[in-house]
Design a binder for this molecule. Structure first.
Ligand code: 5RP
Length: 258
């Protein structure tokens, strides 16, 4: 436990880290190979798994295998990676719809609902991924869960203005009351472990509350709706009904769930 934020996901040991990275690479590469064709507008996710997809896109564009691609990044980090690989970029201000978006996730439930935002990019991710014709999620099997909630804190992006007040309002929402503890994320917004004393600030200048649950969230759509309707909440990391397909890498190989 670090400063009240506890991740229940087992920490990879040094011996297994390379394997997990390899799994992330497999799904990242497969998403580009199977879902991106020349001429597409592509949303690029954020995080260690999405970074492999960006890497593969850059590689296939440099090789001339993919042409006429234009991409929309979901964070400053992804923008910088894409720029370094020479991937042409645009924004939703230029194009309000995309052919495909590819991103990782923190948790995936059996209905393919997600928790996202462990890396702090949830608002831009949701804005970009919600306008994509196909939203492809790439994970290793450690991200699969029976129900959202206890496995990974649910991030909520809030305004810095009166954030203590917003925290109390969020904890008292009918779908959440008595079930979760909201913790202001400190340190780097890109990591839901505390690594500093100051509030983490997102790419949009906002703060993040991480909602810690002991029990499964029984009605994730209700929680999502109540969070979204809360004044002071900008958006939240519950991605409900958005997923087209999940590419999962596990010890038995790669599978796709639709
Ligand atoms: C960032 C995200 C990421 O997609 C999520 O945290 C998964 O990251 P990783 O692939 O590094 O495990 O939502 O805001």
């Amino acid at each position: 436990s670090l400063g009240g934020i506890t991740s229940t996901r087992a920490k990879p040991t040094f011996a297994t880290m390379a394997t997990q990275d390899e799994l992330k690479k497999q799904v990242g590469y497969k998403a580009i190979d199977d879902y991106v064709t020349s001429g597409m507008k592509v949303g690029l996710g954020t995080g260690s798994t999405a970074a492999f997809a960006v890497e593969r896109l850059g590689e296939l564009m440099a090789a001339g295998t993919l042409t006429d691609i234009i991409a929309v990044p979901t964070s400053v980090r992804t923008k910088e990676q894409a720029e370094s690989l020479g991937i042409p970029l645009t924004t939703l201000d230029e194009f309000s719809s995309l052919d495909v978006a590819i991103d990782g996730a923190d948790e995936v439930d059996p209905q393919l609902n997600l928790v996202k935002g462990g890396g702090g990019a949830l608002l831009r991710e949701k804005m970009v991924e919600i306008v994509a014709d196909k939203f492809i999620v790439i994970v290793d099997e450690s991200k699969l869960c029976d129900a959202l909630g206890p496995g990974f804190p649910i991030p909520v992006e809030i305004t810095p203005f009166c954030h203590e007040h917003t925290k109390r309002v969020v904890e008292a929402l009918p779908a959440l009351a008595g079930k979760c503890k909201a913790v202001l994320r400190l340190g780097s917004s890109t990591n839901n472990q505390v690594d500093g004393d100051e509030p983490a600030v997102t790419d949009n200048g906002n703060y993040i509350l991480d909602l810690n649950f002991d029990e499964p969230l029984t009605d994730a759509p209700a929680a999502a709706a109540q969070l979204k309707a809360t004044c002071g909440v900008v958006d939240h990391g519950l991605f409900i009904g958005m997923t087209t397909a999940v590419i999962i890498a596990g010890s038995d190989g790669i599978s796709v769930k639709e």
